[in-house]
Ligand binder design. Structure first.
Ligand SMILES: [Zn+2]
Ligand SMILES: [Zn+2]
Length: 460
């Protein structure tokens, strides 16, 4: 099956023509224009028909004359501009067009179809299976309803199998999928999944849509149940200006096994998807509150289970620290396991292929090693100091070696502390120097090293 993406944008498109935010300005400057999401399958099945879809087909040099089936997800105006049916009648086609959709979408079409037009309006509901010209459409429940809007209540998604066996999941508009839909897609091993990611960095939208927090979790659930497999081409659609500029968004999606494509891209269900093998060792550096932990967590967000290793200790007597740990913990998916330990070496050595380990953070690990070796109890220059530093050196050697040798996918977080003023105390200077050296040694054995500054990520 050939999937022509007529549009990959949200209701307002990206850029939003009325907006001057950084994301919209970037989109305008680079000419990366996304119109309302719709897809044309083999030139025969059209999924959604918002205001931009027919003109986008023209731009792709494709006629809609052979479309015999229009699948409607819901009646929101970015998915259904029913005047297209009137325009079709002016072309004088005698071929019957079957229009499938939930009741509210079919209702919205009625006034645009004349009594003699060759159009069949058919109401469908989740659980229905309809065959049109050898294409099998399974109707799935969307989770687009947040109780505010009549038009979202009966919204659906489609699972389409083409005559050549190619299989597509068209999943927009929807929030996290409900149990009924997850059960229906289990084991489907789709060739192509178009999964919406409307809201980007905004997670407070309270709508039936996905964002950069819920999208990877949805993807993890789809992988877990066998709907998404290694060869599945997962493409993010229904994108809005709440997303970071395209290069940055592509970089966020990549470790999740999803990608961005431009409007009018053609996907083939039989194409082998070539992906860069994900980097297995990653070091994420940053200053205090730079967003480095958030970035590290995001790298692994599409993994079902992750071992989260906190090296900061429990600090039962420090309420500020406990509050901070609690916020971090609340942000992580329930399927992740956390452990408080300084024995990162053991965790990395005992990990097996395919495990994912997040270590937050190396700076606290080093502070813990210095405490364990009683470094601060000895005088600078004394034999005791030399001995304790030698012990810390051996622990650092072991850490670097275990990162180099681990079979797990490991993401290490560390502080970049070299940029500030020279610390006043000898202990501060020593710690800064040791951490700088350790970061460099870890960077040398990692596949990717990034610096996070003000929440923005710089690949080093
Ligand atoms: Zn929409
Ligand atoms: Zn909608």
């Amino acid at each position: 099956m050939e999937v022509l993406l007529l549009g990959t944008g949200s209701a307002d498109g990206w850029p939003n023509p009325w907006c001057r935010c950084a994301s919209c300005t970037w989109a305008r400057d680079t000419g990366t224009l996304r119109s309302t999401t719709a897809a044309l399958l083999d030139g025969v099945v059209l999924v959604d028909c918002g205001p931009d879809a027919p003109r986008q087909a023209d731009r792709a040099g494709v006629s809609l004359a052979d479309v015999t089936c229009l699948l409607l997800t819901h009646a929101h105006p970015d998915h259904l501009a029913p005047e297209a049916l009137l325009a079709r009648s002016w072309a004088g086609s005698r071929q019957t067009l079957r229009v499938l959709g939930p009741a509210s979408a079919i209702e919205a079409c009625r006034d645009w179809v004349g009594p003699h037009d060759p159009v069949r309006l058919e109401v469908v509901a989740p659980g229905d299976e309809v065959e049109v010209d050898g294409y099998l459409m399974r109707v799935l429940a969307a989770a687009h309803d947040v109780g505010r809007d009549e038009l979202t209540r009966d919204a659906v998604l489609y699972d389409v199998t083409a005559p050549d066996g190619g299989r597509l999941l068209h999943a927009t508009d929807t929030g996290p999928l409900g149990q009924q839909t997850m059960a229906a897609v289990a084991g489907a091993a789709y060739d192509v999944v178009l999964l919406e990611e409307s809201f980007g960095s905004r997670s407070d939208h309270g709508t039936g849509h996905l964002d950069l927090v819920t999208f990877p979790r949805q993807l993890a659930a789809l992988r877990e149940c066998g709907a998404v497999v290694d060869r599945t081409d997962v493409v993010a659609v229904h994108l809005s200006h709440h997303n970071p500029p395209g290069d940055e968004l592509a970089r966020i999606l990549e470790p999740w096994g999803a990608r961005l494509v431009d409007d009018l891209t053609v996907l083939r269900t039989d194409a082998a998807v070539v992906r860069r093998a994900p980097a297995r060792r990653q070091l994420v550096l940053g200053g205090a509150r730079s967003g480095k932990s958030h970035e590290a967590e995001r790298r692994l967000a599409a993994r079902g289970s992750v071992r989260y290793v906190a090296t900061g200790g429990e600090r039962a007597d420090d309420p500020e620290w406990r509050a901070r740990v609690a916020t971090h913990r609340a942000r992580r998916p329930a399927t992740w396991t956390s452990e408080e330990t300084l024995d990162v070496v053991d965790v990395l050595r005992s990990a097996s292929d395919g495990d994912a380990v997040l270590v937050d953070c190396v700076a606290l690990w080093l502070a813990g090693q210095l405490d364990t070796a009683r470094t601060w109890e000895s005088e600078p220059g004394s034999a005791a100091r030399a001995e304790s530093l030698a012990a810390v050196g051996r622990a650092s050697d072991d850490l670097v070696a275990s990162v180099a040798a681990t079979r797990a996918h490991v993401v290490l977080v560390s502080n970049e502390v070299g940029g500030g003023v020279v610390p006043e105390h000898e202990s501060g200077r020593l710690y800064r120097d040791l951490l700088g050296v350790l970061n460099s040694r870890l960077a040398a054995v990692c596949d990717d090293v990034d610096l996070v500054v003000a929440g923005r990520v710089l690949r080093l």
